[in-house]
Structures are given as structure tokens and as C-alpha cells.
Design a binder for this molecule. Structure first.
Ligand code: COA
Length: 260
């Protein structure tokens, strides 16, 4: 367990990353973003970690977005530096070599919703709320919010939510496709861990290449996407895990994937 603005804990091959500023509703100050990027760099190359869960400490908030108390003291240049850092940190999450599940344990506002959207899968507690509130603060979502929300929920709903800055419940988030599921009360981490482990048992190269093909293929025309998919498949062909899966099928047993 690593202590600081961010806690990390291993459960089998899953790394649980917890934003740990509950007094500030887990708001993201610059220091937290820097710690996060350092952790992401280590996780990217760690073969022992096969999936990541991101959650927040405390009952109330997952993440209240940018630290507005810190922001008040920032110069214009410092604000630009912050925005660049959050944008790049969320891209690091989106492009992480492992799947990332966001376990949204309460309010996810501004950068909190953007962090959730940069993750691969979103699971929410029943009390979770979401919102891109930036225009109510004289700014716009700039941790990818104006780009990722339309891709997830469609351009019309994204415009409604971003231009009003309205906060929505977990149920509404589920109904518009912003999140994957709502966990029963008190079961958020169990449900998230169950999904993370069901991904982590699969062949790591295959999971990584599937995520790569979806992420990058989604942004281009279908024939370029299919070409990219073919190249991502090529990466899996020489792996020992692929051969192991065929052997296990023949022997009527579960495959043991080593990420080789
Ligand atoms: N940055 C820094 N501190 C924050 C914060 C943020 N984004 N959001 C909340 N806090 C702090 C509050 O200032 C308060 O500190 P205090 O006790 O020193 O006054 C503490 O966290 C608790 O917040 P409070 O508003 O009293 O709790 P709540 O349960 O009534 O509401 C939220 C929680 C998250 C719903 C509410 O604080 C909120 O809406 N925050 C702003 C979120 C937002 O719009 N973020 C977008 C930033 S771009």
C-alpha cells in the first residue's frame, strides 16, 4: 500500500488505485495528477498487473474535479499548465496497456466525470452523481470532456449536459450509456473487482490489443479500422498464450495465461 494523495493496493493481479483527498472531495490538485502519472507509468510496464480499478476515498465523492481552492491562487500560466497536465494524465489512462475500471463511489464532477470517461468501463454506486459543471464556473471541460462525452452518449445529449452543466444521477447516467452498470449498495468494489478479475484471467496481450483496436479504430473510417484490427491480431499470433489456449481447449481444461 502506497500512502499519499493516491493509495494503491494489489488484489491478486488487479491494482486498486484510490484518490485519497476525502476532505477535498478527492479534488485533483496538480500534485495528485503528478503522482497519478508516475503510478500510470509504472503500471504500464508491470507484467504482474492485469487490470486497474480507480476509485475514491470516503463515502461522498469519487472526485470533485479540479481543486478549486488551488485554482483560485493560480496564475493564468499555471492554469494552462494544470489543464495540459490533466489532459495528458487522462490520455495516459485511456491508452494504458491494461484495462481500467472506474468505480464511481459518489459525486463525479468536472474532472471527476472526465476521469471516469477516460477509463474503459464505469461502474457506479447508487448514490453516484455525474456532471460536467465547467460552464457554471466560467470555463469549459478541457480534460477531454467535450470530446469524450459526445462519443459516449451522442452529440445532442452531450451538448445538453455540457451547456447546462446539469448534474445527473447514476440511474440517468446508466440510461444514456454514460456508465456500464450500477452496483448494489455497499457492493461497488466487489462488483468492480469481479469484473476486473474476469478480464484479468484472459490473455494479457489479447486484452491489450483488443483495447488498442477499439480505442484507435473508433476514431477512423471502418476500412482503416479493419486494417488496424488485422495488425492488432497479428501481434497475438506468435504469443505462447495463444498456443496455450488451443492446448487447453484440446485437453478440456482452463488455460493458464502468462502474458508471453
Ligand atoms: N476543489 C476543492 N475543494 C473542494 C472541491 C473542489 N472541486 N469540491 C468540494 N471541495 C471542498 C469544499 O470546499 C469543502 O471544503 P470546506 O469544508 O473547507 O468548506 C469540502 O470539500 C466539502 O464540500 P461541501 O460542498 O461542503 O460538501 P457537499 O457534500 O455539500 O458537496 C460536492 C460535495 C462535491 C457535491 C460539492 O462540494 C461540489 O459541488 N463541488 C464542486 C464540484 C465541481 O463543480 N467541480 C468542477 C470543477 S471544474
Amino acid at each position: 500500500m502506497q500512502e499519499g494523495n493516491i493509495l494503491t493496493e494489489r488484489k491478486d493481479s488487479v491494482l486498486i488505485v484510490t484518490l485519497n483527498r476525502p476532505k477535498f472531495m478527492n479534488a485533483l490538485n496538480l500534485e495528485t495528477l503528478k503522482e497519478g502519472r508516475q503510478i500510470l507509468t509504472e503500471v504500464y510496464f508491470d507484467p504482474e498487473i492485469r487490470a486497474v480499478i480507480i476509485t475514491g476515498a470516503g463515502e461522498k465523492a469519487f472526485c470533485a474535479g479540479a481543486d478549486l481552492k488551488e485554482r483560485e491562487k493560480m496564475s493564468e500560466v499555471a492554469v494552462r499548465h494544470y489543464i495540459k497536465t490533466i489532459r495528458e494524465t487522462l490520455i495516459d489512462i485511456e491508452n494504458l496497456s491494461k484495462p481500467v475500471i472506474c468505480a464511481v463511489n459518489g459525486a463525479a464532477l468536472g474532472g471527476g466525470t472526465e476521469l471516469a470517461m477516460a477509463s474503459d468501463i464505469r461502474i457506479a454506486a447508487p448514490n453516484a452523481t455525474f456532471g460536467l459543471t465547467e460552464v457554471t464556473l466560467g470555463i469549459i471541460p478541457a480534460g477531454g470532456g467535450t470530446q469524450r462525452l459526445p462519443r459516449l452518449v451522442g452529440i445532442g445529449k452531450a451538448k445538453e449536459l455540457i451547456l447546462t452543466g446539469r448534474r445527473i444521477s447514476a440511474e440517468e447516467a446508466l440510461s444514456i450509456g454514460l456508465i456500464n452498470k450500477i452496483a448494489p449498495e455497499g457492493k461497488l468494489l466487489d462488483v468492480s473487482l469481479e469484473m476486473a478479475l474476469s478480464i484479468a484471467k484472459n490473455a494479457p496481450f489479447a486484452v491489450q490489443q483488443a483495447k488498442f483496436a477499439i480505442n484507435h479504430g473508433y476514431e477512423i473510417d471502418i476500412y482503416s479500422g479493419l486494417a488496424l484490427e488485422s495488425k492488432a491480431y497479428d501481434v497475438c499470433i506468435p504469443t505462447k498464450d495463444r498456443v496455450e489456449a488451443l492446448k487447453a481447449f484440446k485437453e478440456k481444461r482452463k488455460p493458464v495465461f502468462k502474458g508471453e
